[in-house]
Design a protein around this ligand. Structure first.
Ligand SMILES: [Zn+2]
Length: 207
């Protein structure tokens, strides 16, 4: 914990003191982000580090394996769906980015069929993308373990984008051209971002 408390001191003396007027303005004016991102809770994923985002730029959700469930307003506690609703209906974001990543522990467990394990929450959560895993493995052929993992990670991003379109107001905004959905995939080991094109293939982003 000491590392974080030291980090706080550095934040106060550097970032905060240099950006104080901007931060005060931002807190007074309220947030007006143009983008929402759904990223993994994985401790190695830090979107603000990689994409030059400042406070106020990204409305962020991080959950296990960066998943968006299908629209299912049943009165249960749906944290990710609530965040999507707030971003689209209240903040009127213009972009939603679902960002998958390499070596995702949640997806790795899914490949090992651990979604059938008796956990209280994780197994049921990951089951959501079991069909994506099965689709990716069906076309993987004799691909290596790493390639299979990447294919499943990317297919899960597509599944979340498909699920987003089951939210009626997301679909309406997309069809009305006020909202665009994006599939991204980041590999921290190689430092590369891949972006899903209109065919569903992930292409390296320009550097
Ligand atoms: Zn992950």
């Amino acid at each position: 914990m000491q590392k974080f408390l030291e980090g706080y001191k550095t934040f106060r003396s550097n970032y905060y003191s240099q950006h104080r007027p901007m931060l005060e303005r931002l807190m007074k004016a309220g947030q007006n982000p143009k983008a929402m991102m759904i990223a993994c809770s994985d401790s190695r994923i830090d979107p603000s580090l990689k994409f030059g985002a400042d406070p106020g730029d990204i409305f962020m959700v991080r959950n296990v394996a960066n998943l968006v469930p299908p629209y299912h307003p049943d009165g249960d506690y749906h944290g990710t769906s609530a965040a999507v609703e707030f971003a689209v209906q209240v903040l009127k974001v213009e972009n939603i980015i679902v960002m998958g990543h390499a070596k995702c522990g949640g997806i790795g467990a899914l490949i090992r069929h651990e979604e059938e394990a008796a956990t209280d929450f994780v197994a049921a959560w990951m089951k959501m993308v079991a069909p994506a895993r099965d689709r990716a493995i069906a076309v993987a052929g004799s691909a290596s373990e790493d390639d299979i993992q990447r294919l499943v990670e990317q297919e899960a991003v597509k599944e979340s984008l498909t699920n987003l379109m089951t939210f009626p107001w997301v679909k309406e905004a997309v069809l009305g051209n006020t909202l665009t959905l994006h599939g991204w995939y980041f590999d921290l080991g190689t430092g590369t971002l891949h972006i899903m094109d209109h065919t569903g293939a992930f292409q390296p982003a320009p550097v």
